[in-house]
Design a protein around this ligand. Sequence first.
Ligand code: ATP
Length: 272
Amino acid sequence: MAIIEINNAGFSYGERRIFKNIGFKVEPGEIYCVFGPNGCGKSTLLECVLGLLKLDEGEILIGGKNSQSMKPSELARYAAYVPQMHEKTFPYKVIDFVLMGRAAYTKMIGSPGKADIRIAENALDALGIGNFRDRPYTQLSGGELQLVMIARALAQETPVIVLDEPTSHLDFKNDIAILETIAHLAKERNLAILMATHFPNQGFFFEYKNLPVEILLMGYENNLLAGKPSDVFTEENMRVVFGMDSRVIACETEEQKILRQIVSIRSESSCR
Ligand SMILES: Nc1ncnc2c1ncn2[C@@H]1O[C@H](COP(=O)(O)OP(=O)(O)OP(=O)(O)O)[C@@H](O)[C@H]1O
């Protein structure tokens, strides 16, 4: 059964329509990527899923319940959020920052107990960053901080993790490290992943890893297109949505599997 179900969702900022008629389902263990040009409404859609913004029309069900009318503390038990930007504030220790993911469970008694601390430590260990435990989180690099943010989401123990452009600001290696982490969470923990991304090759990476992955392409002739990465990330669709010239290439890896990638050739397509 789908853990996320969106039916006929529409949203406007005031008079300005951002999207309409969005509908899809995400199953446990599936990765659902929302892709499209700057400003097409990816973050807005994620914020609607998280109940931070209210739809004009349609509904968003998480675990069968309407996320738009759930209390934040209830929703926090279904969906954890890794936002695009995080303003570092007070120099909390990493463990204390990750423990914030336990807030929905600790509110009643006020402070985290031993079990919460163990869950937060396990989340750090699961991401291979147990050694960050006592570092001030304000001193982490962008890639390290992103792993800590994912650990905080993991400590929240939700069936859904929502990530907004999880690899923005990351270097070549950390980019793939975060994708591998996301793949692991979907495959080994059966989590449903909903993420916004600017990078088609991330969809191809998940496809290459044989994970159930689906793409929602927003802004396709002011419309929507959904499907598997190989069906959505085509040269023609990139021309229609971005007006750019690109090529899909394929390479055979040492596992004798085909990895697809899309490369940009020109921003202003001569095909226009
Ligand atoms: N609070 C707001 N009030 C009014 N308009 C907004 C608000 N937040 C975002 N917008 C506008 O809504 C549109 C969609 O914004 P959103 O951030 O969802 O796009 P996005 O696809 O995530 O963009 P990007 O790829 O650049 O991160 C943009 O045109 C943006 O300027």
